[in-house]
Design a protein around this ligand. Structure first.
Ligand code: AKB
Length: 319
């Protein structure tokens, strides 16, 4: 039985992608791996786990070889704000990690999923309904690594016939695992603060409009694009996908529909604000819609309602 490997499995996306893949393909068919150690008890309970660093190609090769991997979801990466703080580390993890995975995939004939991002665009990109194919001149190390990653995946598909596929993810909102060092993290933090304290201090300006998506939609997109009929794909990599676009003040108003006393104020972080100002306000996802039938299920009101009720239950259970 050939298996599926998820790198960065303990991160914000990996924490939900691994259970979703296991529910779909079987517990033992999905190998979770991360540079972090998983607590021993959890490991046995949840399914196969491998400690591996994607910047060390022999570690990736060993996991892929030993488990007869046929598909890699390469989620290990530094997010935008952390990458801007440590650009050299970001290049090593985001670029060398991807290169190592693609090289081993070439040798062992694996398909590869690569998560690009709205961060792959820059200030010279059209900001509203950003087209699928457009100017990409990002001004952040995160964005540079995402554009280069998109191109490297295209190259491996063209030159070596590797089945590389991917999407450009917007900011992701989830109640399961916290994000780690992104520019869109406020859209998760705000829910924790709303439920715990009834107020939130936002690090982006109130009118900063960005593309966002609820995690269940993002996970479904990652599975659907890998299962799509290859004959219908003309892009393969870096599909724009979107579900909603909003500003912090609009999100605060949506939360107020459920928690009327909720208050928001602003202490702008210039680094993250500059990153956000260089990104699109909304994406055009028509290529994903027509090539593999993509459609988001959650809009802003549906996401807000689900997020508040699930997070509230989680916080109460943890008390
Ligand atoms: C980040 O903010 O860095 C990520 C992203 C949009 O890629 N959430």
């Amino acid at each position: 039985m050939r298996r599926i490997l998820v790198s960065g499995a303990l991160g914000q996306i990996g924490s939900e992608l691994v259970p979703a893949l296991r529910a779909r393909y079987g517990r033992d068919r999905v190998i979770a791996s991360d540079i972090r150690m998983m607590p021993a008890g959890e490991q046995a309970e949840q399914g196969p786990y491998e400690h591996a660093d994607c910047t060390q190609s022999h570690q990736i090769l060993e996991v892929i070889r030993r488990h007869d991997v046929e598909r890699v979801y390469h989620m290990a990466a530094l997010l935008s704000a952390v990458a801007e703080d440590k650009p050299q580390v970001a290049w090593t993890v985001n670029m060398n990690g991807l290169y190592n995975v693609l090289e081993v995939a070439r040798q062992y004939d694996c398909a590869v999923f690569f998560p690009s991002s709205i961060g792959a665009f820059g200030p010279s990109t059209p900001r509203d309904r950003t087209p699928q194919d457009t100017i990409q001149r990002p001004t952040t190390m995160y964005g540079v690594s995402k554009v280069a990653g998109e191109m490297l995946c295209d190259y491996y598909a063209l030159r070596f016939g590797i089945d590389t596929r991917g999407v450009r993810l917007p900011g992701l909102i989830s109640y399961v695992a916290p994000p780690g060092g992104g520019t869109t993290d406020y859209a998760v933090d705000i829910f924790y603060h709303a439920l715990r304290y009834g107020r939130y201090t936002c690090f982006l300006r109130p009118d900063t409009c960005l593309d966002m998506m609820y995690m269940p939609d993002a996970i479904r997109a990652m599975i659907e694009v890998m299962e799509a009929d290859p004959a219908r794909l003309t892009h393969r990599n870096a599909f724009n996908i979107t579900a909603m676009s909003f500003t912090p003040e609009v999100l605060a108003e949506a939360i107020r529909q459920h928690l009327p006393g909720f208050a928001i104020d602003y202490e702008v972080d210039p680094v993250r604000q500059a990153i956000a100002d260089s990104w699109p306000r909304s994406l055009d996802d028509s290529a994903a819609r027509s090539e593999w039938g993509w459609a988001a299920a959650y809009d802003l009101p549906a996401m807000t309602e689900d997020m508040l009720s699930k997070l509230d239950a989680k916080l109460k259970a943890a008390k």
